[in-house]
Design a protein around this ligand. Structure first.
Ligand code: SF4
Length: 156
């Protein structure tokens, strides 16, 4: 997997103070996408073991308390990203107790395959669906267009 950006301290993408990772690769080609540079799987830089370890360390950093991890892109549920994203979310679950995981994907919950569901089963919140320009609304919280749904799987 490649990634475009990692923000170790972020207060924009999800509730509270968070770590946010924007991965590379997206097949959805939404009209009006503001992140077209992330569409190609080989864009950005490799998500190395070092990068993964840093996220775990940042989430456990007690000097700046983070509420959790946000995964966006690109699409963290792109089939080519599943292996690395699954490994990361498993580590967060095991090594970062009390931290929540929010994930943004262009796929809708009901169309996920078994591998994508394995990831989603480990996150607290999924914001799903493509960005639809005709339903875009800047007043919406955590999503760009009204068709996208915020699924809270746990109370966090
Ligand atoms: S799912 Fe997101 S990153 Fe992918 S094309 Fe749509 S808006 Fe862009």
């Amino acid at each position: 997997m490649n990634f475009h950006q990692y923000y170790p301290v972020d207060v924009v993408n999800g509730p509270g103070t968070r770590c946010t990772l924007f991965v590379s690769g997206c097949v959805h080609q939404c009209r009006g996408c503001y992140n077209q540079s992330t569409w190609r799987l080989d864009s950005g830089e490799p998500f190395t073991q070092e990068a993964e370890d840093r996220i775990i360390a940042d989430l456990n950093d007690t000097r700046i308390r983070r509420r959790g991890l946000s995964l966006s892109g690109g699409d963290p549920l792109h089939p080519a990203n599943i292996e690395a994203v699954l490994r990361l979310v498993k580590r967060v679950r095991e090594e970062c107790p009390g931290k929540d995981i929010w994930l943004w994907s262009g796929y809708r919950l009901e169309e996920l395959d078994a591998a994508q569901r394995e990831v989603v089963n480990l996150v607290d919140t999924l914001i799903d669906g493509k960005f639809e320009q005709e339903k875009a609304d800047p007043s919406l919280e955590w999503r760009g267009s009204a068709n996208q749904i915020i699924h809270h799987f746990s109370v966090c």
